[in-house]
Design a protein around this ligand. Structure first.
Ligand SMILES: *Cc1c(COP(=O)(O)O)cnc(C)c1O
Length: 218
């Protein structure tokens, strides 16, 4: 696997304003080191324990993004260092992140994850739940949290028309959110198979794993 080469191929393809999260879940430290040596500084992981082990082992100028489902009782392990939590899908989780961020005297940036795919295995808020959180947030109940945008995963399908519609839907919710709260600036959508489409539809943060590090063995 030519990690540096894969990274530069992707970076050549995408606009400068789009952030690239290198999704390194399941991959060994050496692979992350290779990406780091090539200049990559944002890494995404979906398990808090694995992310924390890698954070301990690697240089401290890396920005760690949690992109998976977050269990409330594990927030404390990443609160000292996590730079963005993509998968916030319930109000109670915001309360726990706020509490742990306060303990660490930090403000933690979060994205609200919206369910835009057809698969019920993918998680996220529906539009009504999103609106509830957005309007509650206007009262600034969680001073140690900053909601900076939305995240979503499209259906795993070869039907590009459908993927496009799902991304357009998320973009419309993002535009709406920008009018409701300050600091809304990040739309995290697009993975190895669909990031070009996502960028066309307004994404400014893509999460790419296999196209950088190769297929994952679970
Ligand atoms: C694993 C994962 C990715 C990366 O997937 P690839 O298809 O390997 O690029 C992106 N986003 C989330 C939420 C993931 O869990």
């Amino acid at each position: 696997m030519n990690i540096a080469g894969n990274l530069s191929t992707i970076l050549d393809e995408i606009p400068k304003e789009v952030s690239l999260v290198a999704v390194s879940k399941t991959k060994p430290i050496e692979d992350l080191e290779a990406a780091y040596a090539a200049g990559q500084r944002i890494f995404g992981e979906n398990k808090i324990q694995e992310m924390t082990t890698k954070w301990e082992a690697l240089p401290k100028d890396i920005q760690w993004h949690m992109i998976g489902t977050v269990q409330s009782n594990k927030v404390k392990y990443m609160a000292p260092y996590v730079s963005l939590i993509h998968g916030v899908d319930r109000a109670k989780l915001l309360a726990e992140i706020n509490k742990q961020a306060a303990k660490n005297e930090r403000v933690i940036d979060c994205l609200l994850q919206v369910h835009i795919a057809q698969e019920s295995t993918k998680f996220g808020l529906n539009e009504e739940e999103l609106n509830q959180i957005m309007s509650h947030q206007q009262t600034n109940p969680f001073p140690n949290i900053r909601i900076v945008g939305l995240m979503g995963m499209a259906t795993f399908t070869s039907n590009t028309k459908q993927i496009k519609q799902e991304f357009q839907y998320l973009k419309s919710l993002f535009d709406q959110a920008s009018t409701q709260l300050n600091n809304i600036n990040t739309l995290s959508m697009g993975m190895s198979g669909d990031y070009s489409l996502a960028i066309e539809e307004g994404s400014n943060m893509i999460r790419v794993g296999s196209k950088i590090f190769g297929e994952r063995n679970y």
